[in-house]
Design a protein around this ligand. Structure first.
Ligand code: SF4
Length: 269
């Protein structure tokens, strides 16, 4: 069965997929380390914020709301980061920069939440109602697979609103100027198909959360994306099971930052 994450790797470079899934290379990179840290922190951060909202009341001013909402976040980031320290992949100074950047992004994010929360508090809503308004019910890390499509994967989050399911993919990198990266759109499409098969509900829209700038972008799961997904899956199957590489040029800029360059015969440098 093909994993959904292989789809975006395939879009990045088919040779990378071959090296990883056929040749069996598992090469770690600083980017993967940062990605895992961001994912774990983001998950715990949301729970912390929800819990902190419970301690708020209407009499608090914006500064108090903001301070209360951010309470415990710095400690949580520091504690979680300890697990990911790995000087072989990233020296201490760089890792410290990543940690500081992550904390300042969360501070900014929590300030935006504080402004929204204060406005809602002023209307007389309770903390419980505020949590429901700002954070829709969701399922985290939902594992899905379907043998008929030949696809499996773990979706970061599925948000549920009025009986409709929305797959959410969390990305550490930056988004393009417009829309989302094609690989991200295809991942959302793949999760949509898996959710439709598993939960028997049509999925029309998903989201990509780009954590670097904390921006959510929408993906409309239309027929073009579905068609592109099946074409990509067919190319991937052909590569993985028959060793057929699609006609694709290697791109120097990608090879320059590729963690597989040291073991890749197709590297362009
Ligand atoms: S080094 Fe270049 S060709 Fe090789 S896997 Fe990486 S991106 Fe692809």
């Amino acid at each position: 069965m093909i994993s959904v994450s292989a789809i975006s790797e395939f879009i990045y470079c088919p040779f990378k997929v071959y090296l990883r899934y056929v040749e069996g290379y598992q090469i770690q990179s600083p980017f993967m380390l940062v990605g895992r840290l961001y994912h774990e922190v983001n998950r715990g951060y949301e729970e912390l914020i929800k819990r902190n909202i419970w301690s708020l009341n209407k009499k608090m001013n914006l500064e108090e709301v903001s301070l209360n909402i951010f309470e415990g976040v710095s400690e949580f980031v520091a504690e979680t980061s300890q697990k990911y320290e790995n000087p072989e992949l990233m020296d201490n100074e760089k890792f410290e920069d990543v940690k500081n950047m992550l904390e300042s992004q969360l501070k900014l994010d929590s300030l935006i939440i504080a402004i929204k929360t204060k406005k809602i508090l002023n209307t007389g809503k309770s903390p419980l109602e505020i949590v429901d308004m700002l954070f829709p019910p969701s399922i985290l890390d939902l594992t899905l697979e379907n043998s008929e499509i030949g696809l499996k994967g773990k979706v970061d989050k599925v948000e549920i609103g009025e009986g409709i399911y929305y797959p959410v993919e969390i990305k550490t990198g930056f988004p393009p100027v417009k829309g989302v990266w094609q690989a991200d759109a295809l991942q959302i499409t793949a999760y949509s198909l898996l959710i439709e098969e598993e939960l028997k509900k049509e999925v029309l829209v998903g989201f990509v959360d780009y954590l670097q700038i904390r921006e959510r972008k929408t993906v409309v799961v239309n027929s073009n994306l579905r068609k592109k997904l099946f074409e990509t899956l067919s190319q991937l199957q052909s590569l993985l099971y028959e060793g057929n590489f699609p006609d694709k040029e290697t791109v120097t800029s990608k090879c320059n930052s590729c963690n597989y360059a040291q073991v890749c015969d197709h590297s362009s440098f």
